[in-house]
Design a protein around this ligand. Structure first.
Ligand code: ZN
Length: 229
């Protein structure tokens, strides 16, 4: 922390997003433990088979921490849409403070966030997935954070405004891989905030696999179980 940050820290100490008490990473221990006892807290690793080009199936894993409901849903929405970039610290805690999860993440070589287009990035000011992916890699020393491999080349409509079929169409051919040599034969974690139909992740995975990635695991804060038409 530099001098200015130190001063700001004392004038405006970070507060727990849930109860308002001073808390370094925007969540106090009490609220952290309380959330862990709620139904929405449900860390899971699921296996999926996804269909890539030419009827070729790929087995991938998905690790998520919460069900996309209640308080966590509200916090994710304010993190994304209400200009609260600092909440990345709070969300990262759920990954890096869990020994089992860290043990699992250590098996991977690289962590890549689901990218935004430049236009979107300049509108929002930050990419919520980048901030968390970077923080996770800071805490797991062997995990390399790479944000210049997977890029988004076309603007899309907001996925949450579309149905299942439209979501698949909307993300087709919008991602591209550059610096391919960096991911050849590597095990990759793909970070996104929420998993809904999986359309975005599948499209990213298709690109990463075609560029030679070995094993891929999707990592999200939450999974949305609401049925989408
Ligand atoms: Zn609290």
């Amino acid at each position: 922390m530099n001098f200015l940050n130190n001063v700001l820290y004392f004038i405006f100490p970070p507060e727990c997003e849930f109860c308002g008490k001073t808390a370094k990473n925007y969540i106090c221990n009490k609220c952290f433990e309380k959330l862990k006892n709620e139904k929405i807290y449900n860390p899971q690793i699921k296996n999926y088979e996804i269909k890539l080009e030419n009827n070729f199936y790929e087995c991938i894993k998905h690790l998520y921490i919460f069900k996309y409901e209640g308080e966590i849903r509200n916090k994710i929405l304010s993190y994304k849409f209400k200009d609260k970039p600092y909440l990345y610290k709070m969300f990262s805690e759920f990954f890096v403070k869990n020994e089992k999860i860290c043990g699992f993440l250590k098996k991977y070589d690289i962590i890549i966030p689901v990218p935004m287009t430049r236009k979107k990035l300049s509108q929002r000011g930050y990419n919520q997935s980048e901030l968390i992916a970077k923080e996770i890699s800071k805490n797991i020393k062997t995990l390399i954070y790479e944000k210049n491999i997977l890029i988004k080349v076309k603007n899309t409509d907001l996925q949450s405004s579309l149905n299942r079929k439209q979501r698949l169409e909307n993300v087709k051919n919008v991602y591209k891989v550059q610096n391919e040599q960096k991911i050849k034969e590597k095990n990759i974690l793909l970070f996104d905030d929420i998993y809904t139909t999986g359309a975005t992740c599948k499209e990213c995975i298709k690109n990463l696999k075609e560029s030679g990635a070995k094993e891929i695991c999707i990592l999200t804060i939450a999974k949305d179980f609401e049925k989408i038409k």
